[in-house]
Design a protein around this ligand. Sequence first.
Ligand code: 3H9
Length: 697
Amino acid sequence: MSEVVTYSREGAIGVITVNYPPVNALGHAVRSGLLAAVEQGQADGEAQVLLLVCEGRTFMAGADIREFGKPMQEPGLPQVIDAFENCRKPVVAAIHGTALGGGLETALGCHYRIALTSAKVGLPEVKLGLLPGAGGTQRLPRLTGAQKALEMITTGDFVAAPQALELGIVDALDDGKDAKAAGLAFAQSIADEGKPVRRVRDLTDKVEADKGSAIFDQFRAGLQKKARGLFSPFKCVDAVEAAFNLPFDDGMTRERELFMECMESPQRAGLIHAFFSEREVSKVPGLAADTPVRDVKSVGIIGAGTMGGGIAMNFANVGIPVTIVEVQQEALDRGLAIIRRNYENSAKKGRVTQAQVEERMALIKTSLSYDDFKDVDLVIEAVFENMAIKKEIFAKLDEVCKPGAILASNTSTLDIDEIASATKRPEDVVGMHFFSPANVMKLLENVRGSKTSDEVKATVMAVAKTIKKVGVLVGNCHGFVGNRMLHKRGAEAMALVNEGATPQQVDKVLTDLGYPMGQFAMSDLAGIDVGYRIREERRKAGEDVEASWMDKLAEQGRLGQKTQAGVYKYEDGSRAPVVDPAVDQIIADFRTEQGITPREISDQEILERCMYVMINEGAKILEEGIADRALDIDVVWIYGYGFPAYRGGPMFWADQVGLDTILSAVKKYHDSIGGEQWQPSALLDKLVNEGKAFGDL
Ligand code: 3H9
């Protein structure tokens, strides 16, 4: 038997133990070990009941995702689960931690399930572009009925053990901490009571009750909106429906066919890349895993605006006290009122209790004096983008903050080294770029200055985890990784409209690719004045910044959603963009003024110019070492800008499109349009010459 699965006996109970850290994933060794162990248990004359239990932090968390895309080694998981289900002795699964995917499917192949009250169960395959492919779509509905099985399988959401008990997924709970002890006691009671083998596949009442129900079509209709662009949620519904239309074995065959369709889809590859990349970004190349991390037990924030308030909420949410400093009391009062309103809204939606709202509000203090920062471990400056002001602030922080305090700026574009130069401790200065709304968006782009110490880098990455963000460490340049690429896309989108496209045509190409909103709907959300001010500053500095129809919008006070009019109009307080003929006129007038004859622009050209300009920039970002790996860029875009995770991130997408295709388009636009944005990246050129992809770096 394999070392990762062992068989032993305790009294009348044959114990099968899985020990395959970190999460007992069902890789080949575990599958073959389980098969051998159940056979041994069956043959063990002294064992009346078998118990399946896992060592370590969790029950089995699913199939081993690292094996996907490689040839499958026998035995397959369905075969292993069949052996458990067909065992002639009762088999009990004792669940702790999380029983997920193939792990829960294995437990459903057992005849009885007991869970620690703290455990969770779920079938999250859909989040990886898959469906439960080892009987989950056929067995779960036999326990829960169609509605709950469809909900769990199409969302992938976990269910806490007490609810799993109510739903019939588990048979008993145990309040203790020891799954093995709970399992042994439960298995003994099965033996004492002489309870029979009870196979989920034989249960029929729930299946009969929902047979022919309209619920499947209702679910499909609902998914049109909720799962826009996704492949596997619809296949999940088809698979669950098979449990109600077909005998069990035929349902299993149907599930396998649908599972294989998902397995072969590019979305599965994209989502699994996103899953591993999200975990990989925390392992920063060149930063030793044992780098000491400073304690962050209190935080100061400068600025009570939307950003400062959102950042404060992140810390209060995890019990870390925050002091917000502003120059005027009114700004503090306004900021605090907005934080309260956000919390109250969450309470109305049932996401937090009123008591939690009060606890969190109590953790947020306000002050008009920097002296209140003298004891904090971390200060985050969140004032508007002006270098002179930021330097003034950092010089003051240098005076008041204790030695070892981390001084961070939430700047989205500015030079961290220049900010750090205002202090005598540049090793403690770092960028912590949050995304708006800061209490919601998962990305934290941590920016290392040239002098930032390793300890500070490691600490801000740890802080990201503490506040439940995905932290990505990047280098210092204008706009860092995310905004540097976004600015290139924005300029290209604006130019496309100058030349003849409509804003809605550009936005549609981007939303068809899977972005939640297009470039111009996003400009309206962020405020048209933001880009306008940046362009004006650059013009003042003597840079050659092309004139644009968007300048006209800003000059006419069409600043976006906040003025109910920007590139689109917003009616009756709605956030839904509506095409506004007045904007078509502004664009037409601008073209006349500039002597531009508009031309027909194809969707393909929009896609290429908006996306390839970003990929070319991404390659330059890699070339310069601003991002360490292509996957860092992918994670920035998935969690900061809504790039569809099922496409794996822009650089993963580029590999799928083909770098040679992208390079030849970049060269074509370099010849026809020119500009540094279309200057082909040397790295892109090199990769194409070597027949390599970003994923090979
Ligand atoms: C499936 O089951 C298909 C079947 O229906 C059909 C088959 C025929 N495989 O997240 P963490 C690694 S599909 C391999 O940081 P946490 C992870 O990469 C599967 N590796 O910890 C990381 O590695 P590293 C359905 C896995 O405590 C380490 O474990 N199941 C797997 O925050 C720790 O992970 C899922 O989708 C895996 N299945 O969260 C569950 N899972 O240390 C996916 C994790 O090298 N997993 N790793 O970076 C999770 O949701 C979370 O990992 C879990 C733990 C909640 C379990």
